[in-house]
Design a protein around this ligand. Structure first.
Ligand SMILES: [Zn+2]
Length: 216
């Protein structure tokens, strides 16, 4: 079966099972306006599928997926002359849907972070024009001292960079004035998640210990 046919077959299974009359939860919300309580910013990576990882149902998660789960900072003048797909989705989720949680989920082996660390797939001369400017948003995450560069393995530095980038995105979220207000009011919480693909372990950033702690 081809990769495409596999999807069609999966869809048929979904229709027969998920959309069946027994799924009362779904039938309750089907046809109404969406009302998710959680927005997630995740990577486009095919191995990090938020709905599968969290076993969430239709209507539960308002999703943004982009390269390396990056949130750009708020821009005055609404970024005139540029395209702000991610910011538009955030605006809709916070100001219209009134989500109560925003989760930024990074992961191991991230191609976008890999590009930031070794510049390989962000090289314009190799035909990549969009990745480099996009990854510049979290460029600071890849800053290492000369000592760190020689004393740490590349793999450890990549993991640190992936986790730091999540924190930069969380900080950028807080630069949107209406997000800052919602956090102050207590109506919105921000969370940082890190998914390790190989082990399947998910960690959550603990604001007190300032570390990613494994969710057990
Ligand atoms: Zn990724």
């Amino acid at each position: 079966m081809s990769a495409y046919d596999r999807l069609i077959s999966g869809y048929r299974e979904f229709r027969a099972n998920y959309l069946g009359e027994d799924n009362k939860e779904w039938l309750k919300v089907a046809g109404k306006e969406q009302n998710p309580k959680v927005m997630m910013v995740a990577c486009s990576d095919s191995r990090v599928h938020p709905a599968i990882l969290t076993r969430s149902a239709l209507g539960e998660l308002f999703m943004i997926r982009n390269v390396a789960n990056v949130v750009p900072p708020f821009e005055e003048g609404h970024g005139d002359g540029t395209y702000h797909g991610t910011s538009a989705a955030i605006e809709f989720a916070v100001n219209h849907l009134r989500v109560e949680h925003i989760i930024v989920m990074g992961h191991s082996g991230c191609g976008g972070i890999g590009a930031l660390m070794d510049q390989s797939i962000s090289d314009e001369t190799q035909g990549y024009s969009f990745i480099r400017p996009w990854m510049k948003i979290v460029e600071e995450a890849s800053d290492f001292t000369e000592l760190e560069k020689v004393s740490m393995t590349k793999a450890s530095r990549v993991t640190i960079c992936e986790k730091r980038a999540i924190l930069i995105s969380l900080n950028n979220l807080a630069s949107f004035p209406w997000i800052k207000d919602a956090i102050k009011k207590g109506s919105l919480k921000l969370h940082g998640w890190y998914f390790d693909i190989k082990s399947g372990n998910l960690s959550e950033y603990d604001w007190k210990s300032e570390k990613f702690e494994e969710i057990t």
